[in-house]
Design a protein around this ligand. Structure first.
Ligand SMILES: Cc1cc2nc3c(=O)[nH]c(=O)nc-3n(C[C@H](O)[C@H](O)[C@H](O)COP(=O)(O)O)c2cc1C
Length: 189
């Protein structure tokens, strides 16, 4: 059966580096027969978690915004891919706000992410990985998916500052494509 994949892109730059790399992941996934939906988070109405804890008794979030549609897509997905720029030494606020809202899916002891496979794509401007802060994003996402009992199948991160830089890096583009292939294959993803 074809795998269901949702790709969430958090950059405001729709043709930016993390988005271009995420598109490569999508191509690799589709080459494996996966059904992929790709979504830009930046222009969506995703409010910050209120910590109202209504989800603890209602099993769902009461905030009326675009997360309503996204919860169903996340729950239905076999594979989730997150693509973010590095801002201030970690992933950007758009992605953090989105992830904070997963709190409303994981109440009452239900682990809705359990068993899902995950791919991560990060683009940073610094020429040096250690200086870029990408490691902080990776550490946080490892903690998130460890808690959620999901497996991170692969992480592609690369230096690319301006729009168009990622495309010029053939090795990086290929790594992103190969991550898609791995996520889409029955042994990898
Ligand atoms: C607000 C902001 C903060 C940034 N902070 C960092 C940073 O801490 N480390 C880094 O290496 N690059 C930083 N950058 C550069 C971006 O990570 C880089 O331009 C990247 O290509 C953006 O990805 P995108 O094209 O997918 O939007 C920052 C850019 C912006 C706009």
């Amino acid at each position: 059966m074809s795998k269901k994949v949702v790709i969430l892109k958090s950059s405001p730059r729709e043709k930016g580096n993390s988005s271009v790399l995420a598109d490569q992941v999508q191509k690799g996934l589709e080459a494996q027969g996966a059904t992929v939906e790709s979504i830009f988070l930046h222009r969506m109405d995703i409010k910050a978690c209120d910590a109202c804890d209504a989800c603890k008794s209602l099993d769902g979030c009461i905030i009326d915004d675009d997360m309503k549609g996204l919860y169903d897509k996340l729950i239905a997905a076999d594979v989730v891919v997150l693509a973010s720029p590095i801002y201030w030494f970690t992933f950007n606020a758009q992605l953090k706000t989105f992830i904070d809202r997963w709190y409303g899916m994981e109440t009452q002891g239900i682990r809705r992410f359990a068993g899902k496979k995950v791919g991560i794509v990060l683009a940073y401007g610094d020429s040096d990985f250690d200086r870029s802060g990408a490691i902080n994003a990776i550490h946080t996402l490892e903690s998130v998916f460890n808690y959620l009992q999901s497996e991170i199948v692969g992480i592609v991160s690369g230096s690319a500052m301006d729009i168009g830089d990622a495309e010029k890096d053939k090795d990086l583009m290929d790594k992103a494509y190969q991550l898609g292939v791995k996520l889409g294959s029955n042994s990898g993803g």
